[in-house]
Design a protein around this ligand. Structure first.
Ligand code: ZN
Length: 392
């Protein structure tokens, strides 16, 4: 048998991924539709599809009659082909779930674990415990084949390293290797906001061509999807919009400098500003109650926060020119009226050329975007390997 050249092998793998991504995004699809959408020949599509069916990631669905009376066989993803154990690693909460290849969360749990109270090795063992609990809760005979973790901080996903995560107390931690050892599964790790954008886009039914995401909670971060890929930057720092400086003499930020965007819209800074007016304010809930009661300083502070949210949206629009910006994160999820307020302020602030060209959407992911997103990334890696092993 003549062995394919390196170029032929690369083209074959690339085309197989294109077809699989298309079926995953627009399922179910017929072979004819795939040929039309990709521009590949019918013969190529027939060969690729039979490879994907043989690999076990794609299946034919029951034929149905089209308008002209012909039976069309459609292609779909096999739900159980790549079950993923996905976790969000956050300072005081471990969120875990098992996600199938169609992006359905089959089961999930949350654990009140303070990351700083454990070494990374101990933490990996706690993650393993949650894997066992979730597997026990899985219906039927299903096998988890890959895992993924989101981490708040600077993550080198190719090396599997958390470079710097001050909120977790981690610096240069090889968390992917530690988790792989504890879980006996291949593990993908990514920055939380980079993974969340995929889950947010999935929850809103958006395609992944040109989407930006602004996450606002205790921290502030952003990410950008371009042609289905997360934009990473040279050293995975892309999207740290929370630390763009917008007021030189502003409040001190957690990064040590002054006047970062985070000090205007991050939850801790908003509360800090509230306590300058009323030292009795302990929580966002209290502040929002004062706002709704009409307390003048609370109304002013919330309006100011919404104005800076609009500033951040405008700046993201100017930097990336995305088709859509999704506003999400813990603060927006808990208080969606902030989205409405920001939208109102954006009316005055948005850069003229972006008007009419920028769609602004509020999160719909109910806090599951990290789990959904990291599952997609981990499954993609697992299935890529499966394709390489099975097709060559
Ligand atoms: Zn900062």
């Amino acid at each position: 048998m003549i062995q394919p050249t390196q170029d032929q092998a690369y083209t074959k793998i690339h085309n197989t991924r294109v077809v699989l991504d298309l079926i995953r995004e627009k399922r179910p699809l017929s072979r004819v539709e795939i040929a039309r959408l990709t521009g590949m020949s019918s013969a190529t599509i027939t060969r690729i599809v039979s490879d994907l069916i043989r690999t076990g990631v794609v299946c034919e669905t029951t034929p149905f009659s089209t308008k002209v009376g012909r039976k069309a066989i459609l292609l779909d993803i096999v739900s159980d082909a790549a079950l993923c154990f996905a976790v969000d690693i956050a300072p005081s909460l471990l969120r875990a779930g098992i996600v199938d290849y169609k992006g359905e969360v089959l089961c999930q749990r949350e654990y009140a674990i303070v990351c700083r109270e454990h070494t990374p090795q101990q933490y990996a063992k706690l993650v393993h415990k949650s894997l066992l609990e979730l597997c026990a809760a899985l219906p039927g005979e299903k096998e988890v084949v890959c895992a993924g973790a989101t981490v708040i901080g600077i993550v080198d996903h190719a090396a599997g390293m958390v470079r710097f995560a001050p909120q977790l107390g981690w610096k240069e931690v090889p968390i992917a290797a530690l988790l792989e050892e504890a879980l006996s599964l291949p593990v993908a790790i990514h920055n939380d906001v980079d993974a969340q954008i995929l889950g947010e886009a999935q929850s809103l039914g958006l395609d992944k061509k040109s989407v930006a995401y602004l996450s606002v909670g205790k921290g502030v971060g952003s990410s950008m999807l371009l042609d289905g890929r997360v934009v990473e930057g040279d050293s995975d720092i892309c999207g740290e919009i929370g630390h763009t400086i917008i007021e030189l003499q502003g409040l001190q930020c957690s990064c040590g400098r002054r006047g970062c965007l985070q000090t205007f819209i991050g939850e801790n800074s908003v509360l800090q500003r509230a306590r300058m007016k009323d030292p009795a304010i302990k929580s966002m809930r209290q502040l929002v109650a004062c706002y709704h009661e009409g307390t003048p300083w609370a109304r002013e502070l919330i309006e100011q926060t919404a104005t800076y949210l609009a500033v951040a949206i405008n700046n993201l629009g100017c930097m990336h020119n995305p088709q859509t910006i999704i506003l999400g994160g813990e603060l927006i999820r808990s208080y969606p009226f902030l989205f409405e307020l920001a939208q109102q302020h954006l009316g005055d602030l948005l850069y003229e050329p972006l008007r009419g060209n920028l769609q602004l959407l509020c999160t719909k992911s109910r806090g599951m975007s990290g789990i959904l997103g990291i599952a997609q990334l981990s499954q993609e890696r697992y299935v890529d390997q499966l394709i390489e092993d099975n097709i060559f």
